[in-house]
Ligand binder design. Structure first.
Ligand SMILES: [Zn+2]
Ligand SMILES: [Zn+2]
Ligand SMILES: [Zn+2]
Length: 255
């Protein structure tokens, strides 16, 4: 059994956006309240988190997460990495370093942003992070085999992940056909869909739907959603039958 939990489904500014008076940001529907995008995958033995943005601390509290086996980072943008400092709680209560799996490039940005967590003479109490470099092929975290999927976020390389029947891509706007092959036969496909209009570095909803058709998963969920996409209650019924807007706290189990 695999369980996927959406910890956050919003774009970099989150929804509502500070100061915005649009109907989505003013909505009282909890599905229109989107923390920065992050997800948790569990199999009963191993628990991984994908991305740790500015809402990481609250996301761990809200989902009552008390232990994690690893964090996987998709890319180095602030809305995906800047909450890493809060792994300190897991270091403290679980008495272990937290492995962070990402590419060499993203790892170098993590080292720079969190320089106090690395180096010879670390101050007591700083995050205990074990940076693990993702290479071309699959890697293991506990009981899970994880396949990295490489794409582009405009000019930036970005990494998605497949765990069993779950595929998770965020902040993509291009993927080669050879990488798409890694997403064959999915139960659940998660992909970013920012808004209806095109964007330079993110799939729009029409582009995400087109990609989802190509991938052909049993069910698709869209994430990394902007307030410009529209109200959840309005947009959800307009989607093709196997496709849905994700929302924060949504949990999906697959056998
Ligand atoms: Zn992002
Ligand atoms: Zn708004
Ligand atoms: Zn990004």
């Amino acid at each position: 059994m695999l369980k996927l939990t959406f910890l956050g489904t919003g774009t970099s500014q989150g929804v509502p956006m500070i100061g915005c008076l649009c109907p989505v940001c003013q909505s009282s529907d909890s599905r229109d309240k989107r923390l920065r995008s992050s997800a948790m995958i569990e199999d009963g033995t191993t628990r991984i988190i994908i991305d740790s943005g500015p809402d990481f601390r609250y996301q761990m509290l809200r989902a009552e997460v008390r232990d994690i086996d690893a964090i996987l980072l998709t890319h180095q943008h602030t809305d995906h990495i800047i909450g890493l400092d809060d792994v300190r709680a897991f270091n403290y209560f679980c008495s272990k370093p937290i492995p962070i799996y990402t590419t060499e490039l993203v790892g170098s940005v993590v080292r720079k942003n969190f320089d106090y967590a690395f180096g010879q003479h670390r101050y007591p109490g700083v995050p205990d992070i074990n940076l693990c470099t993702i290479e071309e092929g699959p890697f293991r975290v506990g009981s899970m085999e994880i396949t990295p999927i490489f794409g582009r976020h405009y000019r930036l390389p970005v990494t998605g992940f497949r765990v069993g029947g779950i595929g998770y891509l965020t902040d993509f706007n291009h993927i080669d056909d050879s990488e798409l092959e890694k997403l064959r036969g999915l139960d659940i496909f998660v992909v970013n869909a920012l808004r209806h209009q095109p964007h330079i570095s993110h799939y729009s909803l029409p582009e995400a739907i087109e990609l989802a058709r190509k991938v052909g998963a049993k069910r698709t969920y869209f994430t990394h959603i902007s307030h410009q996409l529209g109200l959840h209650s309005h947009e959800e019924p307009l989607l093709p039958p196997t496709m849905h807007l994700a929302y924060d706290t949504l949990t999906i189990e697959i056998p």
